[in-house]
Ligand binder design. Structure first.
Ligand SMILES: NC(=O)c1ccc[n+]([C@@H]2O[C@H](COP(=O)([O-])OP(=O)(O)OC[C@H]3O[C@@H](n4cnc5c(N)ncnc54)[C@H](O)[C@@H]3O)[C@@H](O)[C@H]2O)c1
Length: 284
């Protein structure tokens, strides 16, 4: 019997992109999955697709969840335990991105990005940790980004700040869990470019968050979308790496170590010598 057989995973943002890749990987490895997502249509599509692969409601459920709200996350936990009896893995993967140049970003946009990316992951940790602590060999994976290591992506300040916050939360919580000899382990997933719908994250922008109309922002996002589609890794490859890292209890999951490590080396050099790394400009 494999590590994941008859166990249960919760994947937030699990209806598309990396989250859907994780969902498929957990199911194929023998785990049950609760997919949590804010997009009803994507949830329906995901469940239909999975049905076609032979995974029905006895193995996978969809729970409409807005990770910004702790009561939604609590309902997700209750529904998962009701369906499968326990939870062993949590992937705090839901994420959004919006931005522009600093002066043009309204406060509501900052709050949306921090609420989904950072507080969504925090809600997941707070609600699920006590459930995971009830079982041996359990694991939480928080999704950050290479943006947590390689700072300065143009027109994406809220996103970069939120991903650095996730890194800080995950490293610090992992330290406490190890000090307490907890049976829950943590990892931080820091993807580089992955072929998903992330550059269209504004599809989930709440009505009360005004859109930023700025040419340089459009150029930056169009360029990122092009790179992601042309050279991005497949979500299935990321998922494979995540499951292996859970088995290995590996903390840092770097899909593109060359980008993450260069970011860290540049920062170290900046700290030691005062020489800032070369800055990227939107569209260049
Ligand atoms: N694709 C990349 O190149 C890349 C790179 C670095 C990090 N990431 C991170 O990977 C994670 C997954 O993103 P992706 O690339 O698969 O993009 P994606 O847009 O395909 O998936 C994100 C999912 O999150 C869901 N979501 C958005 N707001 C939500 C909310 N409030 N509550 C619940 N679900 C919500 C969306 O509906 C979607 O299914 C994100 O955290 C993202 O920041 C992606």
């Amino acid at each position: 019997m494999g590590t994941f057989t008859n166990r249960t995973a919760v994947v937030t943002g699990g209806a598309s992109g990396i989250g859907f890749g994780l969902t498929i990987a957990f199911l194929e490895a023998g785990a049950n999955v609760a997919i949590a997502d804010i997009e009803d249509a994507a949830l329906d599509r995901a469940l239909m697709d999975l049905e076609g692969r032979g995974f029905g409601p006895n193995r996978v459920i969809g729970v409409r969840t807005d990770v910004r709200h702790v009561e939604d996350v609590q309902a997700l936990a209750d529904r998962t335990v009701e369906a499968f009896g326990a939870v062993h893995y949590l992937c705090n993967n839901a994420g959004v991105e919006t931005g522009g140049s600093f002066g043009k970003i309204p406060e509501s946009a900052w709050r949306w990005v921090m609420d989904v990316n950072y507080f969504g992951a925090l809600n997941g940790c707070r609600v699920f940790l006590p459930l995971l602590e009830q079982h041996p060999e359990t694991h939480i994976v928080n999704t950050a980004s290479v943006a947590a290591f390689a700072s300065g992506a143009p027109m994406m300040i809220p996103y970069c700040a939120s991903k650095m916050a996730i890194l800080g939360l995950t490293e610090s919580l992992e330290a406490e869990l190890r000090t307490n000899d907890s049976n829950v382990h943590l990892s931080v997933l820091a993807p580089g470019p992955v072929r998903t719908n992330m550059t269209n994250a504004e599809r989930n922008r709440p009505a009360d968050v005004p859109e930023v109309h700025e040419e340089a922002r459009k150029v930056a996002i169009a360029q990122l979308a092009k790179v992601t589609q042309e050279v991005g890794m497949e979500p299935s490859q990321v998922a494979e790496q995540v499951l292996q890292s859970i088995e290995d209890k590996r903390f840092f999951i770097l899909t593109h170590p060359e980008i993450a490590l260069k970011g860290i080396r540049d920062r170290l050099n900046w700290m030691e010598t005062g020489e800032a790394p070369p800055r990227r400009v939107a569209g260049k």
